[in-house]
Design a protein around this ligand. Sequence first.
Ligand SMILES: [Zn+2]
Length: 168
Amino acid sequence: MTNASGVKPYADEWIADARSETRCEWCGEPERMPRIKLCQHCNRIRKKLEKTRQWVAKEKVNANKHKQFFLDFELAIIEEEKRSCISDGKRLKYLFEGVDSLDLESWLSWAANRIVSKSRLHSGIATRLGWTFTRSQQQVIAYLFWEIFHADARRNRWNRAVGEAGYK
Ligand SMILES: [Zn+2]
C-alpha cells in the first residue's frame, strides 16, 4: 500500500524495528553488554554507586555532622544519576505502548521548553496533530524526540544529578 505521493507508510515497521532492539535495562540505549544487560554508561554509574556506597558507609563511622552531610550529598548525586537512567528507559517503554496526540504535544512542549524556555509554544495543538499524523506516525515522531532527549541526558547526566540532589 502506498499513499498519495507513492511512498509506502513506514511508521509501523520503524517502531517494530526500534522495539525489537536489545536494549539497556536501565536507560533503553540500544547497545548493551550481553551479560550485565546494561550499556557502558549505566554500568559505569552502577559501579560508581556500588563503590560510593561502600566508601560512604566506611567514612561515615568517624565523620562529624559536616562531613556526613557531604558524604550523603555525594551518594545522593549518584543515586540520582541511576534514577535518571531508569527514567529514560521508562519513558521509552511508555512510548512503545502507544502515543496519542496529547503525548506528542507534551514532547513538543518539552523540546520548546528546553530550547527556548517556552513550554506553551505549541500548547493546544494536540487535536490538529491528531488530524495531521496517524497514531503510528505520532509514535515515530515521539521516538525521534526520545532519541534526542536520551542523548542529551547521557551527556549531561552528572551535572543534572548534582542539581537534583541539591534540592533534596
Ligand atoms: Zn543504559
